[in-house]
Design a binder for this molecule. Structure first.
Ligand code: NZQ
Ligand code: ZN
Length: 400
């Protein structure tokens, strides 16, 4: 097991009705004024926003609002939010929504005390030194942003989607009320489930040797998603299915599922599939992150598995109970191929795409994505198998 540093400072307040207790918790933590950040209307339509605001009012916490965060949130709104947070002197930023609202809020929080342009953190390597605390009300299990150290923001003018990882990005408190997720459209439920599994798989296939305790946690999270996502799709109000998915989403991306599988001193996980997907959603901001991953992950797996077949066999057994019939190369290839096929069929069964074509991405688009990939990942990337931009081109092409 490699040495690691696990830091997950976020308090998770989980369960029915926690939406109405947001104000009380924030008051207890001595916050006095919140910038409430939300998306394109779902929290207005469902009444969630009103519930959160009522609980703030009840607790004596004043608040201002910034709505309209789109999926794949854009830097322009982040800049507006920074101005608003400064002029209103808020002491906490409170996203109510999914990864997009949360990441927009995190970026605002980093930008408030910074003299330069907040985009410096995303592509110019500037390290943030301070922030305004973030608390989050989560409405979709997917990004894991509620406990992660990441914020991912798009810059339309520069055709980029880039992330900043810093412990400052970890929310101080996140509210997870599974009942809020009953209203999710099936496509978003499915894309969220895919993203959750991907956060675990990025870590599992890190290139480092297995760590039994971490592997069991990782594969347990994946098995739980495979069990509960179809139930949530069949019955959107199945509380236990929704609750298990929601908790899986947090555990998949707070770092727990990767302890000891990191290259010493570096981030846990490979993260190539996220890199390849972020270029898809930079190319077309209408592409849902999880849907892009449903196409990219199996394609990447087929391309790289020979580098460490033993990790694939371990995944095959723990997740799908697939074993090679003997130790021959053919039997191993059959078992790995069956595993990747089964994973891809699961994504498709949820309603996710199989090909880039289904996402509207075609051969002529591939070369448009490589410059962004080079900026975000460099010319050589990946830890399971080191890849180049030519490999990236081949993986995209294999998924057309
Ligand atoms: O915008 P509204 O109207 O709120 O609608 C949203 C949006 O259309 C809707 N929705 C959310 N909760 C709902 C709901 N509709 C009905 N009922 C509810 N309860 O769902 C759509 C998707 O929302 P979004 O916030 O975009 O989803 P998600 O949580 O998947 O976030 C995706 C973003 O997170 C980034 C992705 O790249 C993408 O930009 N990620 C962030 C990570 C992080 N910070 O750690 C890690 C991830 O790997 C990912 O990269
Ligand atoms: Zn993701």
């Amino acid at each position: 097991m490699n040495d690691f540093s696990f830091y997950s400072p976020t308090r998770i307040v989980f369960g029915r009705g926690v939406t109405d207790k947001v104000g009380a918790h924030l008051a207890e933590a001595e916050y006095t004024k919140a910038l409430v950040v939300f998306g394109q209307g779902s929290v207005v339509r469902t009444g969630t926003l009103d519930r959160v605001k009522a609980s703030l009012d009840q607790a004596g916490i004043s608040h201002v609002e910034l709505g309209g965060v789109r999926p794949n949130p854009e830097i322009g709104l982040v800049r507006q939010g920074i101005e608003l947070a400064r002029s209103e002197q808020v002491d906490v930023v409170l996203p109510v929504g999914g990864g997009s609202a949360m990441d927009c809020a995190k970026a605002i929080a980093l930008g408030v005390p910074y003299d330069g342009d907040v985009w410096d953190f995303f592509v110019r390597g500037v390290k943030p030194a301070a922030h305004v605390p973030v608390a989050a009300v989560v409405t979709i299990p997917a990004s894991g942003s509620e406990a992660s150290n990441s914020s991912v923001i798009s810059n339309d003018a520069e055709h980029l989607k880039s992330g900043i990882n810093t412990d400052l990005n970890r929310p101080v408190i996140s509210f997870l009320d599974p009942e809020l997720t009953f209203t999710l459209p099936p496509y978003q439920t499915a894309a969220g489930a895919t993203d959750i599994m991907s956060h675990v798989m990025e870590r599992f296939f890190s290139g480092e040797p297995g760590v039994p305790v971490t592997d069991h946690i990782a594969c347990g999270i994946i098995r739980s998603v495979i069990e509960t996502a179809p139930r949530a799709l069949e019955d959107p109000s199945d509380y236990d299915a929704r609750a298990n998915l929601m908790w899986a989403g947090t555990l998949a991306h707070n770092g727990l599922a990767g302890c000891g599988t990191n290259i010493p001193g570096k981030r846990d996980g490979d993260w190539t599939c996220h890199g390849l997907e972020h270029e898809l959603s930079a190319l077309d901001t209408g592409i849902t992150h999880g849907a892009g991953l449903a196409v990219i992950f199996p394609a990447w797996m087929r391309y790289v598995w020979r580098e460490h077949p033993e990790r694939f066999l371990s995944f095959a057994y723990e997740v799908f109970e697939i074993e090679p019939v003997d130790e021959s190369d053919e039997a191993i290839e059959d078992a790995v191929t069956a595993t990747i096929d089964e994973l891809q069929e699961f994504f498709v069964s949820l309603g996710m795409p199989r090909t880039l074509g289904e996402l509207g991405v075609h051969e002529e688009d591939i070369d448009k994505m490589l410059p962004g990939l080079k900026i975000n990942r460099g010319e050589v990337f990946g830890s399971f198998k080191q890849l180049t931009l030519d490999d990236a081109r081949a993986i995209y092409a294999s998924a057309l």
